[in-house]
Design a protein around this ligand. Sequence first.
Ligand code: HEM
Length: 411
Amino acid sequence: MTGFDLRNLPDDFIDNPHPHYASLRASAPVYELPGGGLFLSRHADLMRVYKDRLVFSSDKKIEFFPKFGDTLLYQHHTTSLVFNDAPLHTRVRKAIAGALSPRAISGMDSVVQRLVDQLLDDMAARAESGLTIDGVADFAQNIPIEVIGNLLAIPRNERDPLRAWSLAILGALEPEIDADQFTAGEDAVRDFLAYLDALVARRRAEGVEEAPDIMARLIRETGDAEENANLLPHELLQNAIFILNAGHETTTNLICSGIWLLSQRPEIVARLNAEPDLWPSAVEEILRMESPNQLGNRRAVADFEMGGKQWDKGTLITLGMGAANRDPAVFAAPDEFRLDRDDNPHLAFAGGVHVCAGNTIARIEGQIALASLFRRWPDLKITPGMQRSPRVRFRGFETMPLHLGAAAEPR
Ligand code: HEM
C-alpha cells in the first residue's frame, strides 16, 4: 500500500480506519510515512518496541520542541511520565502506580454504580419528557470526570472546566494542529496549572497526612529534592494534569465505542444480559476492536533492524494500536466481536513499562457503565445524527443520539 499519510488521510478514514490498517498490515507492515518515520501495524512489531526500552524511547523533547517551542504545552507534555524514560519515568510511575493500584481504588465499584444509576434515571426522565438523549453528553463523559474528580478529591463544584482543559491539552497532540488548537492547548495548561497550584496549597494547609485520596498520596510523595522524594513540586502539578487527562477522553470513548458496537449486536447483548459474568470479556473486545488510543509514538535511540531493513538512530515510530489489535496473526477472525476469546492480548493500554497505570479503573468504569445501560435498555439504538470525533489518535464520538427503547423489567 502506498500513499498512506497521517497528515492527509483518506476521506473515509475517521469513519472506518480498519480496511486501511488491514492493507498496511498485509502489504507494508513497516511502512515509511511520507513525512518521515515508520508506521507499524503488526502486533509483534509493537510488542518488540514496547519491550525494548534501550532502543525505543518515550522521551518526546526532541519532537515536541519544534512543534511547541518554549511553551507551557512543551513543559506539560515533556514533564508527564508517559513522555519520559528512566529515571524520571521510574520515579513518577512509582508514586502514581501506588496511588492507582487495585488496593488503593478498592471500594470504587459502588461509587461508580451509584453514579451510573443516577445518570440512567436522568436519561429515563429526559426520554419521558420527550427530550433527546446523547450517549456522550448525557452518559459516557460524566463517568470519568466524576471518577477521576473523586480520586483526586477535586471539589465537585470546581469540576466544570476539567473536560474542556483536557480536550484542549490532548488535542494539541494530534499529528497536525492549527493556531487555534495551539492557543487553546496553551491556555488550558496555564489555567489548569493555576487551578491545581491553588488546590495543592489548600490541601497542604488542611493537612494531607491521613487523607486516602490520590492527590493527598501524591502530595505526600512530593519534596524539593529528588534524593528524598518521588515527585518534585512542578512534577506533581504536571502529572496530576496528566492523570486527569489520561482517563477522561479515553474512558468516555471506551464507553461510547461499547454502545456503538453492542447496539449493532443484539444477540451479544442478550447473551451478556443472561450471563453478566461475560461483561469483562465484552469490555476487552471493545478495547481491542475500537482502541480508544489508536496511535502511540517512540523514537529510536540506536540503529535497529525491522522488516528486513536497517533503520537509523533518531527514526520516529508511530505505533498503530488500532491496527495491531486486529492482527490476524494474533486474533482469529479479528473483525468479529467474540465473547469467547480465551486470550485477548490487545494493546489498547500499550505494553512494557508504560502500560496504562489506570487500566483497572478504566475497566471497572467500562464494565459498570455498559452492563447497567444494556441491562436497563436491551434494545437501545443509536439514531441518525451520530458524529465521530475527527481525531486520528483518539477514536471516539462528539455526539451519539440514542433511542432507549423499552426498559427491561427490574430483576
Ligand atoms: C479506556 C481508557 C484508557 C485507555 C485506552 C488508556 C490508554 C493508555 C495508553 C495506551 C497508555 C500508554 C501510552 C504510551 O506509552 O504510549 C496509557 C498510559 C497511562 N494511563 Fe491510561 N488509558 C485509559 C484510562 C486511564 C485512566 C482512567 C487513568 C487514570 C485514572 C490512566 C492513567 C494512565 C497513566 C498514569 C499512564 C502513564 C503510564 C506510564 O507512562 O508509565 N489511564 N494509557
